[in-house]
Every structure is written in structure tokens, then in C-alpha cells.
Ligand binder design. Structure first.
Ligand code: ADP
Ligand code: F6P
Length: 331
């Protein structure tokens, strides 16, 4: 291959720029032209292309967001538009495409592959909800952002003897809530993967207050419950003073952690090599510290396993320690 392209798609994630830099520099090293496509599949359909040089990769490695910009492009669900995208790439002499994005973006890449465009996908999403890789670019940074915010919230909640609900992102997955929850010693972690009962949570909180605990931290994944509604309900039910914070986009921006920057650098280079080696239509992930190249069809068969052991441990270290009821059967 003499000319390939790269795009970022779906929600941005810290470390995407490190991956883009690595793609640009590895392509240059292997004497391959590299075209940047702006705004994901929207930019592909609108031919929003730019030739990238080594210089474009300068100064971006520790920047959050994505220098290529990103988008959600509903039009790309349509087969005619996928065909149009493949045609445009061919017309520009682009022989392969690196997609950096989440689960949805992989589907778009797979569609292009089935239309004769070799593609590889680098998993980039703060949610860490993708099959075929242990970790996605951006997750570690998002978890660290939550931990930083919770430590601040715990100070003020403690000063006022309040319980605190912190709603975190993750879409349908509880990985951000779980990883951040155990890291910051949350008393309760609510995730979509494990059903919970508001009533049991209320009873447990009342019990904790009676035992003298004046500030409990409840990390609530957005896919488990609506943080604001839960806070209102708990206040009414328990009479406990509760402060609720929806962390929102503060989790998605900012400088990538060293771990995400390293992950992006590793996966970007591996993606270019895989394309040029002809290992096409694959997800480029990490498995137990090693690069793993998995065909999309194989990756789709794998199920992302929720870390149940870690969740149970978080419970034991948190409120279940003092609450026999939830220790036995969960919330
Ligand atoms: P993420 O990649 O972060 O999971 P989305 O699910 O929003 O984010 O997907 C990003 C984009 O990928 C979508 O806006 C759309 O352009 C494309 N996409 C998602 N699913 C499909 C699909 N089934 N077929 C083709 N393109 C898709
Ligand atoms: O997939 C990343 C993510 O940040 C999810 O955690 C969240 O549910 C969603 O994107 C928010 O998407 P948007 O930026 O379109 O509001």
C-alpha cells in the first residue's frame, strides 16, 4: 500500500491524538502517504480530507480530544452511503483505512471492508465496552478524572454530613463506575450489569447513618440509574441530606494519562503495520499486555466480561463491610 487514511469517529477519548501521531509517524517510516479524514464518517462522505505530514503529528501527543475532529454520522448506517464512502476512498487512491473509535465505529469500518476497502480499527472510547481488547484508549484517563472529582466531592460531603451521588458516563456499561469506584473507595457502586434496588440502597444508607457514617459515596453509572432522580428519591425516602453531581464531559476531555498515551502509541503503530502486512479487516487491541489482531468477525463473537470479582471486592471493601443484608445478596 502506498496511500492510507485515518479517521476518528464516535465520542472522542484522551489518547486518540497519541494514536493519530503514531499512525502518521509509522506510515511515514514505512514510506506510505497518510491522509487525515476530518469528522469521522461525515467527513468521509463530504470528502473533508487533508494530506498529513510528520509535522502534523508534532505537539499533539498529550492533547485531549482529537485533532482530526470526530462525529456521529447517522447517514453512515445507510448502505448507499457506505458504498459512496468506499467509492470516494477509491477515487482518492486510498488503499486502506485506520478507524479510531468505539463499537459503533467498528461497524462502519466493517461495512467498508465488506465493500473492498481494507480497514483496521483501534479501540478508542472512554467506556471500555469493546470486545476483543482488554482496554480501550481513554478509559484510564476518564477513570482518573472521576477519582479526582470524587476526592473533592468527598471533602465537601463530609464537611456537611451529606451522602454524595456521582453519576458517571459509560453508556450501557459500568466499567468507568466500577474502576473509579474501587479506586476511590466508594461505599456503593451502581452499574447496569448488576441489578440493584433503590429501596435496599435507602435502607442501607439509613443503617450506615445510624452507625455513625456521615458521608457515603455512591457512584452511579449513567446506564444504571438517573443520578438526579435517584438523589431526589433517596432524599424523600430517607430524609438524609444528599448532594448529586453529574460529572458529564469533564470525564472525556483533558490530557491523556501516561497509560492512555502509551496505549494509543502502541496501537497506532500496530494498526499501520497490520494494514501494510495485509492483516486487514481487524480490530487492533491489547490482550494481557500484548498487541492482539483479531478479525472483526472473531471480535464480534467475544463478549466483554464484566469484572464481577472486582465488583464483589468493591462491595466488601465498601458498604457491604457493615451491612449484612447487602453483603449476602447485594443491593
Ligand atoms: P462509538 O464508535 O464511540 O461507539 P457510535 O456508536 O455513535 O460511537 O458510532 C459512531 C459512528 O459509527 C456512527 O455515528 C455511525 O456513523 C457509525 N456506525 C455506528 N454503527 C454503525 C453500523 N451498524 N453501520 C455503519 N456505521 C455505523
Ligand atoms: O461513548 C462515550 C460517551 O462519552 C458515553 O459514555 C456517553 O454516554 C456518550 O458518549 C455521550 O455522547 P455524546 O457526546 O453524543 O453526548
Amino acid at each position: 500500500m502506498k496511500k492510507i487514511a485515518v479517521l476518528t469517529s464516535g465520542g472522542d477519548a484522551p489518547g486518540m491524538n497519541a494514536a493519530i501521531r503514531s499512525v502518521i509517524r509509522m506510515a511515514g517510516f514505512l514510506h506510505c502517504e497518510i491522509v487525515g479524514i476530518h469528522r469521522g464518517y461525515s467527513g468521509l462522505l463530504e470528502e473533508d480530507f487533508r494530506l498529513l505530514t510528520n509535522r502534523d503529528a508534532g505537539g499533539i501527543v498529550l492533547r485531549g480530544g482529537t485533532m482530526l475532529k470526530t462525529a456521529r454520522c447517522p447517514a453512515f448506517f445507510d448502505e448507499d452511503n457506505q458504498k459512496k464512502g468506499a467509492r470516494i476512498l477509491k477515487n482518492h487512491g486510498i488503499e486502506g483505512l485506520v478507524v479510531i473509535g468505539g463499537d459503533g465505529s467498528v461497524q462502519g469500518a466493517a461495512a467498508l471492508s465488506s465493500l473492498g476497502i481494507p480497514t483496521v480499527t483501534i479501540p478508542g472510547t472512554i467506556d471500555n465496552d469493546m470486545h476483543g481488547t482488554d482496554e480501550t484508549i481513554g478509559h484510564d484517563t476518564a477513570v482518573n478524572a472521576v477519582v479526582g472529582a470524587v476526592s473533592r466531592i468527598r471533602d465537601t460531603a463530609s464537611a456537611h454530613d451529606r451522602a454524595a451521588i456521582i453519576e458517571v458516563m459509560g453508556r450501557f456499561a459500568g466499567n468507568i463506575a466500577l474502576d473509579a469506584g474501587i479506586a476511590c473507595g466508594a461505599e456503593y457502586i451502581l452499574v447496569p450489569e448488576v441489578p440493584f434496588s433503590r429501596e435496599k440502597l435507602a435502607r442501607s444508607l439509613i443503617g450506615q447513618m445510624k452507625e455513625g457514617r456521615t458521608n457515603s459515596i455512591i457512584i452511579c453509572a449513567e446506564g444504571a440509574d438517573d443520578g438526579r432522580a435517584l438523589g431526589d428519591w433517596l432524599k424523600e425516602r430517607t430524609n438524609i441530606d444528599i448532594c448529586t453531581t453529574i460529572l458529564g464531559f469533564i470525564q472525556r476531555g483533558g490530557r491523556p494519562s501516561a497509560r492512555d498515551s502509551i496505549l494509543g502509541s502502541l496501537l497506532g503503530a500496530a494498526a499501520v503495520k497490520a494494514l501494510l502486512d495485509g492483516q486487514i479487516t481487524s480490530l487492533i487491541g491489547m490482550n494481557k499486555g500484548e498487541i492482539r489482531i483479531l478479525p472483526y468477525s472473531e471480535a464480534a463473537k467475544e463478549k466483554k466480561i464484566f469484572k464481577k470479582g472486582l465488583y464483589t471486592l468493591a462491595g466488601i471493601l465498601g458498604a457491604a463491610q457493615e451491612d449484612e443484608d447487602i453483603a449476602e445478596s447485594g443491593l
